[in-house]
Design a binder for this molecule. Sequence first.
Ligand SMILES: Nc1ncnc2c1ncn2[C@@H]1O[C@H](COP(=O)(O)OP(=O)(O)O)[C@@H](O)[C@H]1O
Ligand SMILES: Nc1ccn([C@@H]2O[C@H](COP(=O)(O)OP(=O)(O)O)[C@@H](O)[C@H]2O)c(=O)n1
Length: 233
Amino acid sequence: MSAVRENGVIVAIDGPSGAGKSSLTKLLAKRLGYIHIDTGAMFRAVALSAKRAGIASDDDKGLAELCQGLEISFARDGETCRVLANGEDVSSEIRTEEIGLLTSTISARKPVRQALLEMQRRMGAKGGVILEGRDIGTVVFPDAEVKFFLSASAEERGRRRYLELAARGESATLEETIAKVIQRDRQDEGREHAPLKQAEDAVPIDSTSLSIEQVLELMERTVKERLAQGGKG
Ligand SMILES: Nc1ncnc2c1ncn2[C@@H]1O[C@H](COP(=O)(O)OP(=O)(O)O)[C@@H](O)[C@H]1O
Ligand SMILES: Nc1ccn([C@@H]2O[C@H](COP(=O)(O)OP(=O)(O)O)[C@@H](O)[C@H]2O)c(=O)n1
């Protein structure tokens, strides 16, 4: 069992786009009274900042300098969590599919991963946190007390993302959205640094045919069992 952390255990929720990570992390964090850390939003904030600064996705020197000068923070706004880049609320701008694809490219660069790795470890070190992402259970916190790998079929994840985009008035078709989900999966799984993959000790959950509530019940029960066992199960 890892040493008892000051504020509770560390929960990692990794998985591909549209699996339900953000939805479940928010709900589980509320149930447990834990802090929700959306690491994807951090990578998206870097991508948005790089785009604005005209820094190319393969300009490692420029990206390293950008990350050194970039303060990414989260601010609670009632039920929602705002994402700030150097104090500016970028919560909406980082959520477009254009930024999502650019993020997938930029997040493959080692200087970006190293900079955000250090930030994420500082944010979660004391425990009492749930981090969602691609490499939390494998790279950021390999000793996390509870790890989930949340997935669903590409078709179901594309359908979910399609409904989400349509609700925001974005006019992508279902077929286009499924194709983009698959493209992002391939980029995230195939990169050299911190690829998307299931940690050996992660609890796999396929949410294709499960409701958000069903996934939440499963996750909450698993975490409470681990807490009762004193962390590592
Ligand atoms: N199990 C589920 N069943 C149906 N819809 C879901 C499920 N999980 C998530 N969703 C919906 O799918 C969309 C993407 O979920 P999100 O939590 O953003 O996934 P991720 O963070 O893994 O990309 C959201 O609109 C969410 O409400
Ligand atoms: N821990 C993480 C989180 C996100 N990312 C990258 O950031 C992109 C956007 O992450 P996200 O979680 O916001 O994307 P969705 O899963 O919400 O679609 C992903 O496609 C990954 O390329 C990463 O490399 N490592």
